[in-house]
Design a binder for this molecule. Structure first.
Ligand code: CMX
Length: 435
């Protein structure tokens, strides 16, 4: 067994035993109450899942195994001469609960490089789609096509013991994460660069190689992609992409089937697709006003017009967060260092200055602050990655780290098939004594 897998097995066995005791001693204790409104309104605030990899605080934002984003930017190992953390380190942290050493991170980079081969039939499947197909659809289809490689599905059909599920889920997850940058870069080069593909560079780290295969070899872009892949990886378990992956995986669908489901959820405009929508919204505003740098007054009016038209202001609001997303702040810091003069980046900052007051004044938007998607596109555009309908694919490659680490935990802890109770409105009325 590999070093990481050995360590994971030990940690998982220990936690599984702790959970058994926890349930035996405290399993009948109440940890909350459910209101009728919560049932109708997207289950906000309702505790219903256990996700070990990260925990979201409404004001402080995401913490991965207790570490905030600023802490991770400081503590996670970096590439040689690099200025941002390597996402391999975050995966190690999410899976094992410990900040890795540089050697451990290098080991993970090499492991993923070794496992990154994508069979040709997957590229044939992508090629069979019209080139105009949205990149997220191409990405999800390609992940499904890869499902033929699932070791878990094969082992299950041959008959394996429940206690070995985690082993095959782990292997599938590692293989899938390793392959995703190659698949995503293929889609990018096919759709936007006339199919002029770039071979992987096995000497680079996972994110660096991804940037390279897309055709971006500026060291600052490597840094941006390492940061991007780190901060988008996980946001506890209830968001649509994480929850969908977890839910589908709970039926013992393998990681390929489960991640494809998560990616389909990420492709929605209220979730991951918002990064594409933000750029479209800003560019439409610039075009309509005839200036690259609209004034704050003009931006304010544009936000009000967007709301009056019954549309959302993309990149703002959140189901859990009630403050500026630290993932937004991390990108803002990156922008201040590397591209403070970009008009698009400045536009993002100007929107940030005026939007919260306007959104807050509606009285109904619970979080008027920016989320992760408000900033990412402007930085990518600055470095030449201008095709905004590809941005959510980047999010998806990163998100695989969190949701697949969680899927390993789900199977190692023996979590059951998920099956909450639903009710009809007729039944709801009976429950609350309404007429
Ligand atoms: N612009 C306009 N209206 C907004 C809004 C925004 N940015 N954010 C929330 N609202 C509206 C909601 O649509 C809802 O309206 P109705 O009562 O008419 O249905 C009302 O305010 C209350 O919503 P909420 O409780 O504050 O927010 P939700 O938890 O229901 O939704 C989210 C959260 C993210 C879907 C929502 O804020 C939104 O649509 N934001 C814009 C899209 C976006 O940026 N999504 C990315 C989120 C991060 C990610 O997952 O990647």
């Amino acid at each position: 067994m590999g070093v990481i897998k050995d360590a994971f097995k030990v940690k998982a066995e220990t936690l599984a035993a702790e959970i058994k005791t926890l349930i035996a001693e405290h399993g009948d204790k109440k940890i909350g109450e459910i209101t009728l409104a919560q049932v109708y309104q997207g289950m906000r605030g309702m505790i219903g899942l256990v996700t070990e990899t990260s925990l979201l605080d409404a004001n402080d934002g995401i913490r991965f195994r207790g570490f905030s984003i600023p802490e991770l930017r400081e503590k996670l190992p970096r590439a040689e001469g690099g200025i941002e953390p390597l996402p391999e380190g975050l995966f190690h942290l999410m899976l094992l609960g410990e900040i890795p050493t540089k050697d451990e991170v290098d080991h993970l980079s090499a492991t993923w490089a070794r496992r990154s081969h994508v069979p040709n039939y997957v590229f044939d499947v992508i090629e069979a789609l019209p080139v105009s197909t949205h990149p997220m659809t191409q990405f999800s289809v390609a992940i499904l096509a890869l499902q033929k490689e699932s070791l878990f599905a094969k082992a299950y059909s041959e008959g394996i013991s429940k206690k070995d599920y985690w082993d095959y889920i782990y292997e599938d997850s590692m293989n899938l994460i390793a392959r995703l940058p190659r698949v995503a870069a293929y889609i990018y080069r096919r759709k936007y660069k006339g199919g002029d593909h770039i071979q992987p560079n096995g000497m680079l780290d996972w994110a660096g190689n991804f940037a390279h295969m897309m055709g971006y070899d500026d060291k600052r872009f490597y840094a941006l992609l390492r940061l991007y892949m780190t901060i988008h990886a996980d946001h506890e378990g209830g968001n649509v992409s994480a929850h969908a992956t977890h839910l589908v995986g709970s039926a013992l669908s393998d990681p390929y089937l489960a991640l494809s489901a998560g990616i389909n959820g990420l492709a929605g405009p209220l979730h991951g697709l918002a990064n594409q929508e933000v750029i479209r919204w800003i560019e439409e505003m610039q075009q309509e006003l005839g200036t690259e740098l609209p004034s704050k007054e003009q931006i304010s009016q544009y936000i009000k017009d967007t709301l009056a038209a019954g549309k959302v202001v993309p990149g703002y609001g959140h189901a859990v967060l009630r403050q500026t997303d630290p993932r937004f702040t991390a990108q803002m810091e990156f922008g201040k260092k590397h591209c403070p003069d970009s008009p698009l980046v400045q536009c993002v900052w100007n929107v940030y200055e005026v939007a919260p007051d306007i959104l807050g004044a509606t009285g109904k938007i619970k979080n008027p602050w920016p989320n992760v998607d408000a900033h990412s596109g402007a930085l990518l555009k600055y470095f030449g990655l201008v095709e905004e309908d590809f941005y959510t694919v980047l999010f998806g490659v990163s998100r695989s780290l969190g949701v697949l680490a969680s899927l390993c935990w789900d199977r190692a802890l023996g979590f059951p098939i998920e099956r909450p109770k639903s009710i009809t409105t007729e039944y709801a009325k009976e429950l609350v004594g309404a007429k």
